[in-house]
Structure formats: C-alpha cells, structure tokens
Design a binder for this molecule. Structure first.
Ligand code: ZN
Ligand code: ZN
Ligand code: FE
Length: 746
C-alpha cells in the first residue's frame, strides 16, 4: 500500500529526550508505517507512506523536535522494501550504545501546570518531572541512562506511574526519573515542625536561614530583602563579600531584564544570570556590584517554595566559605550546622554535585559564560574539526574543569572548583570517571597545563602513566586562546590573541597574564604583552592589592615614586612595611617579574582606594572597579598606546590630583587599556583578521565592549567566548584541542 520508503537519520542530542515517542506520534498522526530506534549515532527512522506524508514527516521532525532535543543534522535517503504494519518504537537492542545523558532541565510548563492543579495527582508534588524536564546528570550513577542506574532506582514505580512510563502517547514515556507522591521521593524538614514548605517559609519570613536540598546540591536560603538576614548569612558562612545569587519568580522587580536575558533565564538550563540592579536591593547581596545574579525557580520544590514565600530568596551554595557545595544529607547536617537554622531535606540522592551555572550578558545581549555546570553538562560542544583522536585535557587548578575530545566534539566537564579543596579534588575524580564511562572513553593523549604544581597536572600525569597515553604539556595562554577559537568554531590559521588573566606560566618560565600572541592551535609566538612588574611577595600579592600598586608605581616612576604618588600614598601601608617591600623588590627576593593584567586592575583599584589592603576573593577589586566605570563614557587618556603603563599611571595620578570623579578615572583606565590592546592587535595582525579574546579578565564587560569597538574600528574581527568561560574554566577545552591537533600534525 505504501508508495515510497524513506530512511531518516537524526544526529545530535536526541536520546533520552523523548525523540522516539515524538516520531511515533507524528507517524501515527500522518498514517505513515515503519519504525524508529536509537543507535550509536542517534535516532534512525524507517518510514513508508506516500510522498506528501513522508515530506511532511521529515519537515515536522526538523521543526517540532521535543524541547530538550538538539538536532545537529538530519539525513534522508530512499529506502527499498515494504512497510510494516502500524508504526512502532523499537527497543534498543544489544550492541546499540544509548549512552547519552542529557543535562538537567528546568520544570516544563506541563509539569508546572500539574503541580499547581488541585485536580492532578501530582498536585504540590516536589519531584514531578517528565520527558521534557527534571533531573538527569545530577542523579546518574552509571550508563546507560536508565532508572536502575540512577538514584531513582531506590523508588519502584507505582502502577499509575508505570502505565505512563510504558505509554508512547504519554508525556512521561520512558521518563527515567518519573515519580509521584505514592511512589517517589518525599520531602521533610529538620529543625522545625510541620509541612516542610510551610514551615520553611515561616522561618524564612522570620529572617532565619534554611538549607534547601536542590538539584545539584544544597543551597542556603534567606529572605533576600531582609538586610539583617543577608548579613547574618554572610557572617555564618564566613563569606565577606562574594555576591549571593537570588532566586525569584519576578526578576524584573530587582533587575533590568531584556528579552535575551529573559530567554536565558527561562531556558531549560535555568542558569544564574548577572543583570543590572534596579530598585531597592540590599547592598549586602552583592557589595560594590551594580549587577545581581538572579535565577528563576527551576524545580518543582523551588516553585512550591517560591510560590508560598512570595518574594526573592537568597540561594547561595550550601557550603562553608570556599568548600564545594554539600550534596549529602548527613554531610549537610554536619557541615551546615551552625549556618542553617533548619533543613529542607529529601530522600532522592544527588549522585553528582553540579553547581548553578552563571552567565552575564554582553552589550548586544549575547550570553557571556562565567561558570558552566548544571543545565549545560554533559552536552557536547561541536568543534571545527572531524576525527580528532581521543584526548583527555585536565584543565587548571582554580575553576577546574576537564574536557574529553573525540571525533568532532568536546565534552567539557562541569565546573568543579578549587582543587586545593580536598572535596573538590574528589569530585573531579568522580566526575571524570563518570564521563569516561558515559562516553566509553579511553584517552590516547592526556593534555595538562605546563605548570607542574597544579593538582590537575599531577592527576593527568598519573592517568597518562596508568593508561599509557601520551602526555602533552600545554602553555597556559596558548590554551586560553585555543579555547576561545574552538568555542567559536574558528579554523586554524594566523590569528592574534589577547590573553588577559591573573597568572599563568609562560613557556619561558615567567609569570604571564597580559599577553598578545599570534598563531593558532598548532603553535603561537608572543608578539607583545604587558611590561612585567614585580609580584611583590609572590602569592601574597594575590590577596593584598597594595603590593601591586607599589610595584606599578616603582616601575613607572623609579625610586622617586613617592613624589609622583601624591594622595595615593594614603592607600599604602605604613613606611616600615613599604620599605621592607621595596628592599624585597630591590634584592629580587620573592618578587618574580609578572605581566599579569589582573594585578594591574588590582593596582588601579587600590589607587582609587578600592580594597587596597586586602581582597577576600579573586577579582573582588577589579569587579568593583568595573562597576564604578560602567556608567561613564570616557575617552582614553592621551598617552602612547603601548602595553607599558608609565603614561597611564601619570595620567591616572594627574586625574586624581585634579579631583576627577573616581568613576570617570575608572572609565578612562578601561578605555586606555582597550585602546592600547587593540593597537597591539592591529600591529600584530592583518586587516579582516580575527582577534581572539580570552583569559579571566575578559569577563570584564566594560573592557570587553571597549575592546570590541576598538578592534572593529581597526578593521579586525573580535572573537569572544560563547559556550565556555574565558576564565580557567575554559582552559581544558583549549588544552584538549591543541593536544589533539598537535599529535596529528607530527
Ligand atoms: Zn515536565
Ligand atoms: Zn508513582
Ligand atoms: Fe588563566
């Protein structure tokens, strides 16, 4: 009866997202016969029908794919033979690798409607999910993506759930974490009596701090509009100044939310988005910041909590100080005792810690990734190459991630954090193990940072030894540049890179951090960079910005710097400490030369009196300087556009002397830097060429916007990060692709 047969192959993230039942429903609706199945490459469809029906099927597969699917390619070709009876879903057979686990996804509109509807059996149920939403990587114990291999294995399905699970016409067909109040996880509260949500809300209204077990870890919650509660949370957490994220159903009450930001907030990844503050928001939420990190409720538990509470809640990671977020009930009781007044707990285990992802928005409304974790991992990133050999890249030490590269894809692991924290190091190992199983991955090459002291480097060395893989050491700033190229699908070639960060080891053994490089994946040469200044006291200079101010003043003005410094002296410590520091500089004791852009920002901030004595977290002073500059549109100082800063310092001190407002000085500082960098890029590159912008300092949106303008004005094309962070969180991607291509080139 069928006139024609078609084979349709769909590639991309199409497994575990309801693709087969979607095709099944379409085919039945159109009266097409055949079958749909998963295999190692995606979804395969064999369909028989008349020409119009088949065209319609192919078109709608492309246009109406399920919400969590990411279709990368559809190939259609003719098919011999005859159709079967009714269209059917073929279960994955032996040998078919259906290993894909999609990222965790925010509660979908269908599930949200159910938990709000008193006539539904999942009314008010905090663990409602379906094929289009719910926990994924956070509950995965092993592959394949199957309930028995997740922390839902502890909850046998009730009859009603089992019926939905088995019905291709149901939204919950093969939804592995399917649950209801009769069979699924449940919620309770410790430290208070009564119904958990109501009791938690009562405490929160009274200004208490409540630990809430979320999707990828525990949060600490308090009333975001209660300045006293926010201050108390800071005190108990021993967190001086790092911004707190806020969960709210109405972000527009707190921030300016444009259409692109709204779309990002409402995406399945449901990240924290940094948005311009407006209205009366307690300063203690984000001291010195003009932006606030906000996210929407993204799980049924959070929806229920927010609906009952009615206002914004601080939702900061549940940890002490800089440790990783806790994920386990017992661990939470122990670690968060003394911080939280009560605990909203549940009995669905978090198998894998996934921090909230964080993005900012650039001047054109495009996202700038800052932390890539929940909602993004483990989705692969497409690379501008095919058939790359399997490479494991181990990343940096702070903001650590690893990356697996194979074929034309990079599987960038989630943000793990600071590996010097024992718990983070354990998470790194566990997540890497899971990824290797997930993608059935054995590395032929292991790529590490050139810095042998990084714990990630040492881990990579061990893995290379154990597996017999070749070890490749990649220079820090080359990796930053390659990461940004790969992130943007840039082909190899002679590109210019501006790599600005805190610190990284250069190939000459010096401490780099403000570099202009030229080249591509297969190699770079340094064509310029910040003039080095002494890093006074080594690691102490990371914490105490005045050391960098002193170093810059000494380099700019020599031994007579006091005469030039004027009022800036007030931001430096007493004479005895200054003289000690100067004698260290003079004798070269613990003062390695360093071309760091991050330290220049610290020094400039200190000169304006912004945290000269001490910062509590990396980038604190620089971020305050950025916020100070943002409202002002100032031209660069009239100084030579070189990456040598004596002219800049003379102008800065002159402005201070003349009583120019600090915000204007901060804006002129950013503009001067951008102009000098763009000038350097133009001198090193060709018109029309790419200028690759990476390193943690590129998260400064004032600098990034100015830099892009200046680069475009010189006829070149700025390229900034889109998918992985410019900071060391993106490093592993760059290491991986350099190692993959380098090996092949030999
Ligand atoms: Zn759903
Ligand atoms: Zn059930
Ligand atoms: Fe770096």
């Amino acid at each position: 009866m069928s006139a024609k047969g078609l084979s349709i192959r769909v590639r991309g993230t199409v497994q575990g997202v309801g693709f087969r039942p979607f095709v099944w429903r379409l085919a039945r609706e159109l009266g097409v016969t055949g079958e749909v199945s998963n295999d190692g490459q995606g979804v395969r469809i064999a369909a028989w029908g008349d020409e119009a029906e088949l065209d319609e099927l192919a078109r709608r597969i492309r246009d109406e794919a399920p919400p969590l699917a990411r279709v990368v390619g559809i190939e259609v070709c003719g098919l011999e033979g005859q159709g079967w009876g009714a269209f059917r879903i073929v279960e994955s057979g032996q040998g078919a690798t259906t290993t894909a686990i999609p990222p965790d996804a925010a509660t979908c509109p269908g599930c949200l409607a159910e938990i709000r509807d008193s006539a539904e059996r999942r009314h008010g149920y905090a663990f409602t999910n379906c094929t289009h939403c719910g926990p994924r990587l956070t509950i995965a114990r092993a592959i394949p993506w199957d309930r028995a291999q997740t922390s839902m294995a502890d909850f046998p399905m009730c009859e009603a759930c089992a019926a939905q699970y088995g019905d291709p016409a149901d939204r919950r067909f093969h939804a592995q974490p399917i649950a209801c109040a009769a069979c699924g996880p449940h919620l309770w509260i410790e430290g208070a009596e009564g119904e958990p949500i109501a009791a938690a809300v009562q405490l929160l209204r009274a200004g208490a701090i409540v630990a809430v077990k979320g999707l990828g870890g525990f949060h600490l919650a308090c009333d975001a509009m209660n300045a006293q509660a926010v201050a108390e949370l800071r005190r108990r957490k021993a967190r001086d100044a790092k911004p707190f994220a806020v969960m709210t159903a109405r972000p527009e009450d707190l921030c300016e939310v444009g259409a692109p930001a709204r779309a990002l907030l409402e995406s399945a990844a449901a990240p924290i988005v940094l948005l311009p503050r407006r209205g009366a928001v307690p300063d203690a939420l984000a001291p010195d910041q003009d932006h606030l990190g906000v996210m929407l409720p993204a799980t049924p538990l959070h929806h229920l909590l927010m609906a009952e509470f009615g206002g914004p809640l601080v939702m900061t990671s549940g940890n002490r100080s800089d440790e990783p977020q806790v994920i386990d009930n017992a661990q939470a009781r122990e670690t968060l005792a003394g911080i939280a007044d009560a605990f909203v707990m549940h009995d669905r285990a978090i198998e894998n810690r996934l921090d909230d992802s964080v993005l900012a928005m650039d001047e054109a409304g495009a996202p700038i990734p800052i932390r890539r974790a929940r909602g993004f991992a483990p989705a692969p990133i497409a690379l501008p190459f095919d058939d790359l050999p399997p490479v494991l890249a181990c990343g940096g030490e702070l903001k650590a991630t690893f990356t697996l590269i194979r074929g034309g894809e990079a599987m960038v692991g989630p943000h793990i954090g600071d590996l010097e924290q024992a718990a983070a190091l354990g998470d790194y190992r566990a997540m890497l193990d899971l990824y290797r199983r997930l993608f059935d991955f054995t590395p032929e090459i292991v790529a590490v940072d050139a810095h042998g002291g990084y714990l990630s480097t040492q881990m990579g060395e061990r893995i290379a030894q154990e597996t017999g893989a070749a070890l490749v050491r990649v220079a820090h700033h080359h990796a930053h540049m390659a990461a940004c190229m790969a992130d943007n699908g840039v082909q190899d070639g002679q590109h210019v890179g501006l790599l600005l960060d805190g610190l990284g080891l250069g190939p000459d053994g010096a401490l780099w951090g403000g570099e202009a490089l030229r080249g591509g994946y297969r190699g770079v040469e340094r064509v310029g960079g910040f003039a080095p200044v002494p890093l006074v006291g080594g690691a102490a200079a990371m914490k105490e910005p005045w050391r960098n101010l002193l170093a810059h003043l000494r380099v700019a003005f020599g031994a007579d710097w006091r005469a030039a410094a004027g009022p800036v002296i007030a931001h430096l410590p007493d004479e005895a400490r200054l003289r000690l520091a100067e004698s260290m500089i003079d004798s070269g004791t613990n003062c390695p030369p360093c071309s760091s852009a991050g330290r220049l920002f610290d020094a400039a901030a200190a000169a304006l009196g912004i945290y000269p004595a001490r910062i509590s977290h990396e980038g604190q002073a620089a971020m305050a300087l950025e916020a100070l500059a943002r409202p002002f549109d100032e031209a660069a100082w009239d100084v030579a556009p070189a990456l040598e800063w004596s002219g800049l310092w003379r102008a800065l001190l002159g402005d201070l002397d003349a009583g120019v407002a600090p915000g204007r000085i901060a804006a002129r500082f950013h503009a001067t830097l951008a102009r000098a960098l763009a000038h350097q890029a133009a001198a090193a590159g060709a018109p029309g060429g790419h200028v690759i912008l990476s390193g943690g300092v590129m998260q400064n949106r004032v600098l990034l916007a100015a830099l892009r303008r200046e680069i475009r004005a010189r006829g070149m094309v700025p390229v900034a990060h889109k998918q992985v962070p410019a900071n060391d969180g993106g490093l592993s991607l760059g290491q991986g692709i350099i190692a993959a291509l380098g090996e092949r080139g030999e």
